[in-house]
Design a binder for this molecule. Structure first.
Ligand code: FAD
Length: 479
């Protein structure tokens, strides 16, 4: 994976730039010692690493604005970083950049139950947003599996989703407003404590923009009343294709579970070894969860079981109580850890139209044979968001490159089937050079013109999202 050559002019002015940042921010908010900047060298896409030139850790919107305005004047690239759990290398530094970390922006600023919103600083973790309102029986719906660690800032930048987004939508459907600091330090308010806003939908442009357009420091989020109850059912099937067809039939029937999660045999074997969740011996397993009163859950589950029975399941197991529900979810929640215990892996993220699920799973099996690498599937099947995990050996020369080539072919397959390169993990550096498989030059030029407006010097989050070859002239214009 290629990255741009660091700007020697910026590197030679490091001492001056750091000194200016120290005059504007508290002493402990600027880090430039190599031993300490190393901690920021990668995010969760650990295959790529590069320590930044310096790190700033502001506590307020005003401090973010001051840091950005200095970097703008000094023409220093800035990489916004929240909790660093990006799986697409979205927060990967360049050697000449300042990392702008939002981990100290954690306050709850306002909670309004009558109008069902909470306003927070965006370094606050996803789970602790629900934590702040649970006493009053409310919650924040988007629930990435990383929700204990990942922050609202990263969720907004990546338009993150999660298991329960089938019913509640992803971040963009639960975001009402943001405070955004532009690269030159200007503070902008978009949206607010009400639905929609006059004029162009700029909030929609910001959500999912991967730190390319500005730094989000505060967010107004929709909160919802907790449902009366929830009940999962586990279903084992003889093949991936049959499980895929069952998912398509549930959606086609107009039923709206909160979650439909999918795991295939390679994942199930590792998960059983690790979590001992007691899953059945089968090729593919679905966990379907419904919500509501007992009667509502019974009625939805009856229809779902009826559909599943038409696909001859190996086992159908409905949770009778909270303990059994937790056991059903245990394996799914341990899946990434179970794989990480035995192999290096890259977690892909693409979407497909739901009816193509059987086809994409068959195609993936052929690619696994072609490349000789094991692939396991664990994903949000209800909304067609795939997470194939390709396993490889980082110590074996050439294995990472093989893994990357296979990953690219899987994502091309998603695009060929009418889907998209990115579901919820963003493009980052991982899929940057595949963007031309999905978009024409003209499409990408139009997208880059949006960045021209927000960040004319192209300083924010360099070398992400857009293929390097297309951004060269814009980057050269700066130097
Ligand atoms: C085990 C595991 C499970 C995961 N499961 C899911 C899942 O179920 N669903 C899902 O969607 N994702 C998942 N992810 C991916 C990841 O957690 C999400 O992309 C998450 O939203 C990243 O949040 P973060 O706070 O860690 O952001 P970071 O990794 O720090 O940054 C992510 C992106 O946001 C930008 N950014 C950070 N802060 C700001 C800011 N203040 N303003 C503007 N841009 C900013 C960064 O530049 C970067 O491009 C998972 C990751 C792991 C490791």
């Amino acid at each position: 994976m290629e990255m741009p050559v660091p700007d020697k002019g910026v590197l030679s002015r490091k001492a001056q730039i750091v000194a200016r940042l120290r005059t504007a921010l508290p002493a402990d908010a600027v880090i430039d010692a190599t031993a300490e900047t190393l901690a920021y060298e990668c995010d969760a896409l650990t295959a790529y690493r590069c320590p930044p030139m310096a790190v700033v850790l502001p506590r307020t919107t005003q401090e973010v604005s001051a840091a950005l305005s200095i970097c703008h004047e000094e023409e220093v690239p800035v990489v916004p970083r929240a909790s660093g759990t990006s799986l697409s290398g979205g927060a990967l530094p360049t050697a000449d950049c300042v990392i702008l970390g939002t981990s100290r922006l954690t306050d709850v600023l306002e909670t309004d139950y009558d109008n069902r919103f909470i306003r927070v600083q965006t370094g606050r973790t996803n789970l602790s947003v629900s934590g702040a309102v649970e006493e009053n029986d409310f919650f924040y719906a988007p629930d990435p599996s990383s929700q204990l660690a990942c922050a609202i800032a990263g969720n907004i930048a990546m338009n993150s989703g999660g298991a329960h987004c089938l019913k509640y939508g992803v971040t963009t459907n639960n975001l009402m407003g943001v405070t955004l600091v532009l690269m030159d330090g200007t503070v902008v308010e978009l949206g607010g404590a009400h639905l929609d806003a006059g004029g162009l939908d700029l909030l929609g442009v910001i959500c999912g923009s991967e730190g390319q357009l500005g730094v989000v420091t505060e967010a107004t989020l929709r909160i919802l009343r907790k449902p009366e109850g929830a009940r999962p059912i586990l279903m084992g099937f003889d093949s991936n294709e049959i499980a895929g067809a069952c998912v398509a039939d549930i959606i086609k029937a107009g039923i709206m579970p909160v979650a439909i999660e999918f795991m295939d045999r390679p994942i199930l074997e590792l998960v059983e070894d690790f979590a001992k969740a007691g899953y059945p011996d089968c090729e593919a397993l679905l966990i379907v969860e419904v919500e509501g009163s007992d009667d509502e859950c019974d009625a939805q589950l009856a229809r779902i079981k009826d559909i599943a029975n038409r696909h001859n399941p190996v086992e159908l197991r409905e949770a009778a109580d909270e303990d059994q529900a937790a056991r059903i979810w245990l394996g799914r929640k341990s899946a990434f850890g179970a794989v990480g215990r035995v192999a290096d892996y890259i977690c892909l993220d693409g979407t497909i139209p739901i009816a193509e699920l059987p086809n994409v799973l068959t195609g993936m099996r052929s690619l696994s044979e072609k490349y000789g690498l094991k692939v396991g599937n664990v994903f949000h099947a209800g909304d067609g968001n795939l997470h194939p995990l390709i396993m490889f050996d980082a110590n074996k020369p050439g294995d990472l490159e093989l893994c990357e080539a296979m990953g690219a072919d899987i994502l091309r397959l998603c695009v060929d089937l009418g889907g998209c390169l990115s579901g919820e993990h963003g493009v980052g550096v991982e899929k940057r050079d595949l963007m031309l498989d999905q978009f024409t030059h003209d499409d990408l030029e139009a997208q880059m013109q949006v960045k021209d407006v927000f960040d004319p010097k192209w300083l924010l989050n360099p070398a992400k999202v857009f293929p390097l070859s297309l951004t060269l002239s814009r980057r050269e214009a700066r130097q």
